[in-house]
Design a protein around this ligand. Structure first.
Ligand SMILES: CC(C)(COP(=O)(O)OP(=O)(O)OC[C@H]1O[C@@H](n2cnc3c(N)ncnc32)[C@H](O)[C@@H]1OP(=O)(O)O)[C@@H](O)C(=O)NCCC(=O)NCCS
Length: 191
């Protein structure tokens, strides 16, 4: 099943395509973006291409993958978000990152909210997790805004310092965030 296009108040989410590789390569090499996302490593064009290919393959095999997020008003690339399976585990991980000029507007929360709504509507998973380096406070704030809670135990095989989880049964965005993130664009399981 291909990843559908999703819409939130300000964003359009479109499944990764090979043609997105160069733009994603530029995004992932921004110093502030790669700091935690890639442990500050320079991302080669080959690695960016492999990452896009991994998403395409994951969509084919299990209907999970990544979207680019573009601003509806301008068409500008804002960032990316989506899901991947943690290698060797049954856990599905939420990932996101935005160009710094789009930070501080709630757009990572907005993109993630619409993606999670889709995930819990289309997949029978009990939970989704998200992890981050201990110093990545901005990312942990996004997780908490999404209603995620800190996991006491680490996930076997998962490399990040700290993980949060969101259980299907607990997927209920704070009302104000829900209406600003999802508006009427998505009909999820919570109201
Ligand atoms: C992690 C990252 C996406 C967070 O970006 P962000 O802009 O802080 O997060 P959001 O887009 O959800 O915006 C939330 C901020 O916007 C503000 N905001 C403004 N309007 C808002 C709205 N309508 N709804 C929610 N937040 C809003 C919030 O107050 C919040 O600021 P605060 O955290 O200082 O309180 C960003 O830092 C990033 O791309 N980092 C690099 C990649 C990375 O580390 N990814 C995570 C790896 S796991």
């Amino acid at each position: 099943m291909p990843l559908p296009e999703l819409e939130s108040c300000h964003l359009r989410l479109s499944a990764f395509r090979e043609a997105d590789t160069e733009e994603l390569h530029a995004l992932w090499n921004d110093r502030q973006v790669r700091r935690y996302l890639w442990d500050d490593r320079i991302v080669s064009l080959e690695l960016a291409a492999e990452t896009v290919q991994a998403s395409l393959a994951s969509v084919e095999v299990e209907g999970l993958g990544m979207w680019t997020a573009t601003e509806k008003r301008t068409g500008a690339l804002v960032g990316f978000c989506g899901f991947r399976r943690i290698a060797g585990s049954s856990e599905v991980e939420l990932l996101y990152g935005l160009w710094p000029r789009f930070w501080g507007r709630g757009l990572a929360t907005e993109a993630s909210a619409v993606a999670i709504d889709w995930l819990f509507t289309t997949h029978s998973l009990d939970r989704v997790v998200a992890g981050g380096d201990a110093a990545n406070d901005a990312s942990f704030r996004v997780m908490r805004r999404l209603g995620m809670t800190l996991l006491a135990q680490s996930i076997p095989g998962a490399p990040q310092a700290r993980y949060y989880e969101l259980r299907r049964a607990a997927w209920r965005l704070d009302g104000a965030i829900r209406s600003s993130a999802l508006g009427n664009a998505s009909a999820g399981p919570s109201s």
